[in-house]
Design a binder for this molecule. Structure first.
Ligand SMILES: [Zn+2]
Length: 300
């Protein structure tokens, strides 16, 4: 039990139990009334809720020393077992190349971002850098992430359209060879993820697969070929926690209901709401056309 640097035997010693301070909560202990040091709180909670050994311990890179090193020292001394098999330390998020902080006024929450962007876009953006590297957040980079994700979503929706209208079912010989080539991108994805979750390279492999789909799948492709390519894209994006199918697609009846609501809003001279609906539909790739016969719509 020490209360200051001068009472330590070795400057590298760290506090396990702190004597009580007036006005702070405290507990009885064999050493004195006091409270646990903050490193030991983690060792104790980890043991109580997760056991003596854990597979993965994560945290911000600022916690490596002294906090995580002290957790290892305490837990391994107490349990005689390896504390954590893997350590994952994430880099910091910067805003416009500056550290995010309340005092700089560049502080915002995920909820704030969700008001402007679909959270899938935020997730996709975070995958664009390795988790151990610092990540810079800016409006332009979020826009780029949105465009990137849209490219994948559009590709999948196009493949679904081609699949519905495919003329033949059976895989052709040439398509079989092309599938081997497409499988190469899946392998690239796996290798990147196996390399300490190199999500930036994994996402590039998805883009290569999308580019491959856009150049090699057409109206003349067999259903088996289209389905195989589409399934690969959906599988890889799913591993990344991204839903590129269905979620962004609107059902015809939902679109029609919104168009009707927009007509009502215009009649009531609520142009703000009318514009809002038009933008919402545009965001889902639905284009409206005002004609003499009424409003017509089509998918982008
Ligand atoms: Zn901790």
């Amino acid at each position: 039990m020490v209360s200051g640097e001068d009472q330590k035997e070795d400057p590298l010693d760290f506090v396990l139990w702190k004597p009580k301070k007036e006005g702070e909560p405290f507990w009885e202990s064999p050493w004195c009334e006091g409270r646990p040091g903050w490193h030991i709180e983690c060792s104790v909670m980890s043991k109580k809720y997760l056991g003596e050994e854990i597979d993965i311990h994560a945290g911000g890179e600022d916690l490596i020393f002294p906090h995580h090193e002290n957790e290892i020292a305490q837990s391994e001394a107490a349990n005689g077992k390896t504390f954590a098999k893997y350590w994952m330390h994430n880099g910091f998020l910067n805003i416009d190349n500056k550290k995010m902080s309340k005092s700089l006024g560049n502080f915002f929450t995920v909820r704030d971002i969700s008001e402007k962007y679909d959270l899938q876009v935020l997730r996709f953006f975070m995958l664009s850098a390795h988790y151990r590297s610092p990540l810079n957040f800016s409006a332009e980079l979020m826009e780029a992430a949105k465009n990137g994700l849209d490219r994948i979503v559009n590709c999948v929706s196009n493949l679904n359209y081609l699949l519905e209208n495919a003329q033949t079912e059976e895989l052709r010989e040439q398509e079989e060879r092309q599938l081997v080539c497409a499988q190469g991108f899946v392998q690239k994805f796996d290798e990147a993820m196996d390399d300490d979750f190199n999500t930036a390279d994994a996402v590039s492999a998805i883009f290569e697969l999308v580019k491959f789909a856009n150049t090699h799948v057409s109206e003349t492709s067999s259903a088996a070929f289209i389905r195989a390519i589409k399934d690969k894209i959906v599988e890889l994006t799913d591993i990344c926690g991204l839903a590129v199918e269905h979620s962004q697609e609107m059902l015809d009846e939902d679109i029609e209901a919104l168009i009707e609501e927009r007509q009502e809003a215009r009649k009531a001279k609520n142009f703000a709401r009318a514009d809002e609906i038009r933008d919402l539909l545009a965001g889902k790739g639905i284009i409206l056309e005002d004609t003499r016969e009424g409003v017509k719509w089509k998918r982008e």
